[in-house]
Write a protein of this length. Structure first.
Length: 405
């Protein structure tokens, strides 16, 4: 089957980017599918930079506004910059940058970029964002979450794109929800036909996120709790910090540390200032900032546990990554997170720091329970894979093609 995979907006967020790249890799390996990418040049360059192997896939240039913007950047913007006073250092640098980009685009056009032939695909799959208004292909759209409509910090721009996406969905669109929770939210928000709304769980890259043979905790090192965080209110970082402050006040765990990764260190320090954390607590907190996937996997493996009290997630990839490394995960009993950790996973009230303190303390002091949770994390994580996600996505492609438009 010939599938046109639209990677526009595939870097809208870290999670969307990981989904787009990982699913594309898995679909590419399926003998039953012929994948071609649809993108503007800006988008394709970012996609290719993440994995040069995507360069082996056929690529067609996105028409309409995206193609128009490409031409604007390549021609009109260059002419505008040329008219600036190039004696100014900024203008000179900008002119050189635009000229170089235009030359790169010209080379790309000469080496295989082409307009889309509607007869060259049987199914169209938009990975993120609003659907195009006019096309004749059976359509599949991935829906990640309803966070933009519930949490103001997503930003007005994101909210507008979200509303445009909902408005672009027609009753015959097949929608892929990344969790059962997200599927319920989507159906409640849109009234879309349930039979055209399927769950395709995400996966994990086991080349990176895998356990080590020995115990995840080095007895010679200080044990630490790990959390991947941002400063969005829904991520509930305050519960992590307050729980850790309570743990620091207990004599039973004098060496316990907290490692926060993902958010910029200076912003996290400002949040700690707002909460009035004591110096004795702050000196036991490590702020890594943004780290590579390999570094993140190392942090997962070394952690006593992974804590994720988020109030709203579409899926919760960091939880799955931690579990795939053999790290027990403590998550909020909210939205999609119980689906990820499974029936024997630990889900906690996201608004009660005391239950998080109790669970962390038990993991630190009860080796048998820690071993049990580690074994469950690996067993549960094994149920998720990008190969499974790709197979289930391909099944929806088959259904969409059969249903037509």
């Amino acid at each position: 089957m010939k599938v046109l995979l639209d990677v526009t907006e595939s870097h809208a967020s870290a999670g969307v980017g990981r989904y787009s790249r990982s699913l594309t890799r898995a679909l590419r390996e399926m003998d039953s599918l012929q994948i071609q990418l649809l993108a503007g040049r800006w988008e394709y360059q970012r996609f290719l930079a993440a994995d040069p192997a995507f360069g082996e896939l056929p690529v067609v240039r996105k028409s309409g506004a995206a193609g128009w913007l490409d031409r604007l950047h390549c021609a009109g913007l260059e002419r505008s910059i040329a008219g600036l006073d190039t004696r100014r250092d900024f203008a000179s640098r900008l002119q050189r940058r635009v000229a170089g980009t235009a030359a790169d685009w010209a080379r790309r056009t000469a080496s295989g970029w082409r307009e889309f032939d509607p007869h060259s695909a049987e199914v169209y799959h938009r990975l993120c964002g609003p659907l195009p208004r006019h096309h004749a292909l059976p359509t599949v759209l991935t829906f990640f979450d309803i966070i933009p409509s519930h949490h103001w910090e997503a930003g007005a721009g994101v909210a507008r794109v979200y509303e445009r996406m909902l408005a672009s969905i027609t009753p015959d669109t097949f929608v892929l929800a990344i969790s059962e929770s997200t599927r319920r939210d989507f159906l409640a928000a849109t009234g879309h036909p349930p039979e055209r709304t399927r769950v395709t769980y995400l996966g994990v890259d086991r080349r990176i996120f895998h356990p080590i043979a020995e115990s995840p905790s080095d007895a010679a090192a200080d044990p630490y709790i790990l959390s991947v965080c941002t400063l969005e209110a829904r991520k509930n970082l305050t519960v992590v910090l307050r729980s850790f402050a309570d743990l620091c006040a207990r004599a039973a765990l004098p060496r316990l540390r907290l490692v926060l990764t993902g958010a910029k260190a200076h912003l996290l320090r400002a949040r700690m200032d707002e909460l009035g954390l004591a110096a004795s607590v702050r000196e036991r907190i490590t702020l890594t900032g943004v780290v590579s996937d390999a570094q993140l996997a190392t942090l997962y493996r070394g952690a006593l546990c992974f804590v994720f009290p988020s109030l709203h997630e579409g899926f919760g990839l960091p939880v799955l990554e931690a579990m795939s490394c053999g790290t027990p995960a403590l998550v909020a009993a909210a939205t999609s997170l119980p689906e990820v950790v499974g029936e024997r996973g630990v889900t906690l009230d996201p608004n009660d720091p005391s239950v998080w303190v109790a669970a962390i303390e038990r993991l630190a002091t009860d080796p048998a329970w820690h071993a049990e949770q580690r074994a469950w994390a690996l067993e549960q994580a094994a149920r998720f894979s990008w190969e499974r996600c790709a197979r289930e996505t391909a099944e929806v492609y088959q259904t969409a093609r059969a249903a037509g438009r």
